[in-house]
Design a protein around this ligand. Structure first.
Ligand code: F0G
Length: 411
């Protein structure tokens, strides 16, 4: 086998990695990159990988970008795995960590995939890149497209993208197109028009995006000293990141670089939960949600493009998917912020909300090692944060007024 191959997830048909492709030309299912593990192990053993600081490109040997190709990087990955003792005590569990991927350069995990996807796009000689997005993908794509001097067109659902994300896409110089419809409709438009319009798609249907995102799982294992956690809680929208994490854990274990792999618990917002519904009903077919809705706009998705990949990944891990309400998400968001100093956007807090719900229902071993992925930064969505917090107290510009306030008097 070649060091890397691109194959259909369903029929296994090989596709040329040096041509833009997302779906199988025979059966229409998504494509994935497969790595020759023996050759990868050999490459890694001959490199100084172990000495490199953690980051996406630490794992260069496991990423399918050609050797001489230019890498377009903003120094992504290497995000903290925070031990959360205060929160763990509050919830009554032993070992809890948050993988805070909101600390990536543009504030979400998307940068892991985008540094790889954009480097690959340049390798392929692409001129224009595109995506549909609930916000973070567009912010990240716009930044990396700017870095690589590529034209960038992003489609976003009108009125449903958090302010910070919109500001980023505009600031980085993308052509931002607001679609009178939802994310699913926008992605459908992108997929149907990209070839005709000569645009390379960098949604998570792009297999190279997943190859960048899988490094988060490698990092978690490295940060835990070469072992996998027992549980990984992760928000699920379009299903790319959960599939990428599983790919990373599986590969790292097979490469002999980590012991074990986690049970994956995919968390969806109740109003946008077609994958969780599949697990609840035990079915093998996705029934899309027509009008998805949730305060966690990043995962406001009713027809996840990666559903097959992620359902397989979650099942293989021995895990499942479930739902949380908007109230549960917002409560988890406040708890992370107030106990651990981690300000995540609502979608980024969904994983913890899922863990809290499982704990209430005694659905998880309290002595297990649990990692929750906080996928995006809270500053992305200031409106939601401000709307649920107490308004600042207003006082006169006098010390006495402050004293009075702090003593519990009138402000
Ligand atoms: N968390 C955040 C903060 C996200 O932005 C997304 C997806 C997810 C979780 C879900 O990840 O789609 O791979 O299952 N955001 C996409 C976007 C859809 O357009 O920014 P997924």
């Amino acid at each position: 086998m070649e060091p890397f191959e691109m194959r259909c997830i369903e029929c296994g048909k090989a596709h040329d990695m040096q041509k833009p492709a997302y779906a199988c030309t025979s059966c229409g299912n998504l494509l994935e990159v497969r790595m020759d593990l023996a050759a990868a192990r050999e490459r890694a053993s001959k490199s100084d990988m172990r000495k490199r600081p953690i980051s996406v490109w630490k794992y260069r040997e496991f990423i399918p970008v050609a050797k001489g190709s230019k890498i377009f990087s903003l120094s992504e990955g290497g995000t903290p795995l925070l031990r959360c003792d205060s929160l763990a005590e509050e919830l009554g569990i032993k070992k809890l960590w948050i993988k805070f991927d909101g600390t990536n350069p543009t504030g979400s995990f998307k940068d892991r995939g985008m540094t790889v996807g954009i480097s690959k796009a340049k390798e392929l000689g692409i001129g224009t890149v595109t995506c549909a997005s609930t916000g973070n993908t567009s912010a990240s794509l716009a930044a990396y497209a700017g870095l690589a001097s590529l034209k960038c067109v992003v489609l976003i659902p009108e009125g449903k993208v958090a302010l910070g994300k919109l500001a980023q896409a505009v600031m980085h110089g993308a052509l931002v197109v607001s679609v009178k419809g939802n994310f699913d409709q926008s992605l459908d438009m992108v997929m149907r028009s990209s070839e005709k319009l000569g645009m390379y798609v960098l949604n998570s249907v792009n297999p190279f995006r997943i190859e960048g995102q899988k490094t988060a799982a490698y990092e978690v294992c490295d940060q835990l000293g070469g072992v996998s956690p027992q549980y990984l809680y992760i928000p699920v929208g379009n299903g790319g990141n959960s599939a990428a994490y599983w790919k990373g854990f599986e590969e790292y274990e097979s490469l002999g670089l980590a012991t074990g792999h986690p049970i994956i618990r995919g968390i969806q917002a109740r109003g946008s939960a077609p994958i969780a519904h599949m697990f609840q009903k035990g079915t093998n077919n996705l029934v899309p949600v027509k009008d998805p809705d949730t305060v966690a706009t990043a995962i406001r998705i009713g027809n996840p493009a990666n559903w097959k990949k992620t359902v397989r990944a979650i099942r293989k891990s021995g895990g499942s998917a479930t739902t949380v309400t908007d109230e549960e998400i917002l409560r988890a968001q406040r708890m992370m912020a107030q106990h651990e100093g981690v300000f995540a956007e609502p979608a980024g807090a969904a994983a913890l909300a899922g863990l809290m719900k499982d704990l209430e229902q005694e659905g998880v071993d309290r002595s297990a090692e649990v990692v929750c992925v906080a996928t995006g930064h809270g500053l992305k969505d200031p409106d939601t944060a401000i709307s649920q917090t107490v308004k600042p107290k207003v006082i006169e510009a006098r010390v006495e007024a402050l004293e009075e306030l702090l003593r519990g008097g009138r402000s």
